[in-house]
Design a protein. Structure first.
Length: 466
């Protein structure tokens, strides 16, 4: 029987192989990461296809339903730094385990609020606590992966690892969202939430067995106040204090806020186009479409990356394409055309995701990785807390099509910040594999990274196809 990933009985040096994938230990790290991605996404996706309908069925208005989602984002905003302290001082594994338990409990509470037809203030409180659960994951899991890959000698492309994770996650999302919609139609809108809570309990046991903190030593001994201060200083120094990181992080409020809203607004939007408000399986189709498109996008991401010298080119292309699709969605009145556009939006977003994450990870040193990634997530939560209720109000006033037009107008605001990050010529913009060290520049234009945007000519990669 194989040891758990990162077992103390094996040192990183002996576990690492001589090839680019780092040998068996690095493959086991990736296997654990994909397993966690599969379980988390499967659990979450059971309610993704029917979440907005669930809130509306509980008696909330459109404004209140998206305001509840905004309180979730507010919870993530408030708790990102404290849970970042947990990840950096107690450990990334401990942070993940706390997240699964918190999410299982708060998901069950959400179900009880639906049963009791509770007032909005109760939904707001529990939504904040749901945000707390997710903050234990944000930053910690990706930081765990990158540190463990380096410790086990992996020298391959981060885009490949994150791209496969996108595929795995979207396969889980496809199954979970479809099953959630079918289960809701056969039973009621509350049962998928109970299924989600049960899967999260199972994932707690899986993570407890498989996860070990590799390549990272928690900084214990600091009090919570001092540790929080250290996290804030590190966030400023290695995040906002470095220009290429800062500009990239400033895209997050726009893309995350719009992404959250559009994902959940597409459920009732498709039902409107279909003409049957009780067809919950059609609502689940939106999530299923995005998951299927995400599988395609995750598969294409490494290949698209090879076509361009700079990562920011891929990010900018995906941002502009997503904007165009959202604007088109706001104008169409045909169900099947909307289905095609939703699929295009999903492909563009899933191509962007692994490239964006790889670019950001490559600009952050190991000890501050979870901290800065959490801070990036914090900015996304802030954007979600402001943008979601605003777009929900737009839907109340002008319908879902009008709100999607507004979504496109907000999304495009991310593009200038991508260009500003690109102008810094950080070496991470042209990096193609995991490096052994953690040293990064000071962000003052460190590293030329080459100019232009021609197809990649890296001799270690296959030539680009026409």
């Amino acid at each position: 029987m194989m040891d758990p990933v990162g077992s103390p009985s094996r040192s990183a040096e002996t576990a690492a192989g001589s090839d680019d994938d780092g040998g068996r230990a690095a493959r086991r790290v990736q296997g654990t990461y994909y397993t966690l991605t599969l379980g988390n996404t499967l659990a979450a996706s059971f309610i993704w296809g029917i979440n907005t309908l669930f809130l509306l069925d509980a008696g909330l208005t459109n404004l209140e339903a998206f305001a509840a989602n905004a309180f979730f984002s507010l919870g993530m905003f408030v708790f990102e730094i404290p849970t970042g302290v947990v990840a950096d001082t107690v450990g990334r594994r401990a942070s993940y385990l706390l997240g699964t338990l918190t999410l299982a409990a708060t998901t069950a509470m959400y179900w009880m609020l639906w049963v009791w037809q509770s007032p909005f203030w109760a939904w707001a409180i529990v939504s904040v606590l749901l945000g707390l659960g997710f903050t234990f994951f944000s930053g910690a899991v990706d930081a765990w992966l990158v540190d463990a890959l380096r410790a086990t000698g992996y020298r391959g492309s981060l885009e490949s690892v994150f791209g496969r994770a996108v595929i795995v996650g979207n396969v889980a999302m496809l199954g979970g969202s479809v099953l959630g919609g079918v289960i809701a139609q056969l039973t009621n809108l509350g049962v998928p939430f109970l299924v989600r809570a049960g899967i999260l309990v199972v994932m707690f046991g899986v993570a407890a067995m498989l996860m070990r903190d590799l390549g990272f030593t928690p900084e214990r001994g600091l009090g919570p106040v001092k540790a929080t201060g250290e996290v804030l200083r590190a966030s400023v120094k290695y995040g906002l204090g470095r220009r290429p990181v800062r500009w990239l992080m400033f895209t997050t409020p726009f893309t995350t806020g719009v992404g959250f809203y559009a994902f959940y607004a597409l459920q009732p939007y498709l039902l409107d186009l279909w003409g049957d408000e009780g067809a919950y399986s059609i609502a689940g189709l939106a999530a299923a479409l995005l998951s299927g498109a995400g599988i395609v996008g995750g598969f294409l991401a490494p290949f698209v990356r090879r076509r361009f010298r700079k990562r920011t080119s891929v990010i900018l292309l995906a941002t502009v394409l997503s904007t165009i699709v959202l604007l088109a969605l706001g104008l169409v009145a045909d169900f099947w055309l909307a289905v095609v556009l939703i699929a295009l939006w999903g492909v563009a977003s899933s191509i962007d995701d692994p490239v964006h994450r790889s670019y950001l990870n490559d600009m952050i040193p190991s000890k501050q990785r979870a901290t800065v990634l959490s801070f990036d997530s914090l900015l996304g939560s802030a954007g979600g807390a402001v943008i979601q209720p605003a777009l929900g109000r737009a839907a109340d006033l002008g319908g879902y099509g009008f709100s999607l037009l507004c979504s496109g107008a907000v999304q495009v605001l991310a593009a200038p910040f991508v260009l500003l990050s690109r102008a810094e010529h950080d070496p991470a913009d042209t990096a193609r594999e995991v490096t052994a060290g953690d040293e990064v520049g000071d962000g003052e234009g460190a590293g030329d990274g080459g100019s232009g945007d021609e197809p990649a000519t890296d001799a270690t990669l296959p030539p680009p196809t026409s």
